[in-house]
Design a protein around this ligand. Structure first.
Ligand code: T3D
Length: 264
């Protein structure tokens, strides 16, 4: 399915979201944000999709908000109208990405700036091409920050480093992203597409129900005391413990066979 500015495809139980406005480094205009939100909600609800990949077309992952459209709106619309995009588009996009019950892989093929970087931070796995980079570009255009990066970035790299990157807006190379703990893995540009396909297929063919429950548990624990996190873990253990994947995996273990997971 093609939508304006964002391409959504499903193959082999992998749902791929591709930012596809390469002429604007895949910046998000209104159409792209609507298509992204709808596409993510569809992928979240589709039980046949067991892993989701976010990536970009051309030399960028995503340059964040489309600043051309933004400036046009600033001059033509009221402030209330302009800023509806955060609660009505960016926030539900971030929440859908964060809460979906399946693993999310960000394939950061090129520069990820502003909300584009924030989207990558919401993934569970970040594969970063050697030539890619991250830029917390918000302060550079006189804005605070959005799409969850005030929540994700300090959790990924600690508050001191997060503040430094948010205040400076400087470019973080793939190598530095790996050293900081932003990147899961850095992959040479020439191997990037193959490596992403292998990792995505492995996630989709793995215990994806358990992966979903793990991300729910980690997300829950980020805002809850230990006692409540333990109770939530117990719920998720009950849920995954009743799954066909758990039963067949323990049977396979005892039979000394490789488990086959269905995500059920
Ligand atoms: O309502 C709201 O707006 C709230 C939401 C805000 C969320 C945000 O995301 S705020 C942050 C917005 N993003 C940025 O500030 C990033 C702006 N872009 C850049 O800083 C740089 O372009 C990059 C560091 C990403 C890449 O630099 P470089 O040198 O590789 O490329 P370039 O030459 O700057 O850009 C190439 C083209 O893409 C250029 O167009 P042209 O001149 O070839 O026609 C440039 O204007 C365009 N482009 C890049 N980023 C954006 C963009 N066009 C529109 N919006 C962009 N964000």
């Amino acid at each position: 399915m093609t939508s304006l500015g964002v391409l959504i495809e499903v193959a082999d139980a992998v749902g791929t979201v591709t930012f596809s406005r390469p002429e604007a480094l895949n910046a998000l205009d209104d159409d792209a944000k609507s298509a992204l939100l709808t596409g993510l909600r569809d992928l979240a609800a589709d039980r046949g999709v067991r892993a989701v990949v976010l990536t970009g077309t051309g030399r960028a992952f995503c340059a964040g908000q489309d600043l051309r459209e933004h400036v046009q709106r600033l001059t033509q619309s009221s402030a209330a109208e302009v800023w509806r995009t955060v609660p009505e588009q960016y926030n539900p996009i971030a929440l859908t990405l964060h809460t979906m019950d399946k693993p999310v892989l960000a394939a950061v093929n090129g520069v990820a700036a502003g909300a584009g970087a924030s989207l990558a931070f919401l993934a569970d796995v970040r594969l970063v091409a050697t030539s890619a980079s991250f830029t917390l570009a918000f302060a550079g255009v006189g804005l605070s920050c959005d799409t969850g990066c005030s929540w994700t970035l300090p959790r990924l790299i600690g508050t001191t480093r997060a503040m430094e990157l948010l205040i400076s807006g400087r470019s973080v190379s793939a190598a530095e992203a790996l050293a900081l703990g932003i990147a899961t893995e850095v992959v040479p540009d020439e191997d990037f597409a193959d490596r992403v396909a292998v990792r995505a297929r492995a996630l989709a063919a793995g215990p994806s129900l358990a992966y979903g429950a793990i991300r729910q548990a980690v997300g829950y624990a980020a805002g809850a005391p230990l006692a409540e996190s333990l109770a939530f873990e117990a719920e998720q253990m009950r849920r995954t413990g009743g799954s066909a994947d758990h039963r067949s995996a323990v049977d396979a273990f005892l039979a000394k066979q490789r488990p086959v997971f269905t995500g059920q």
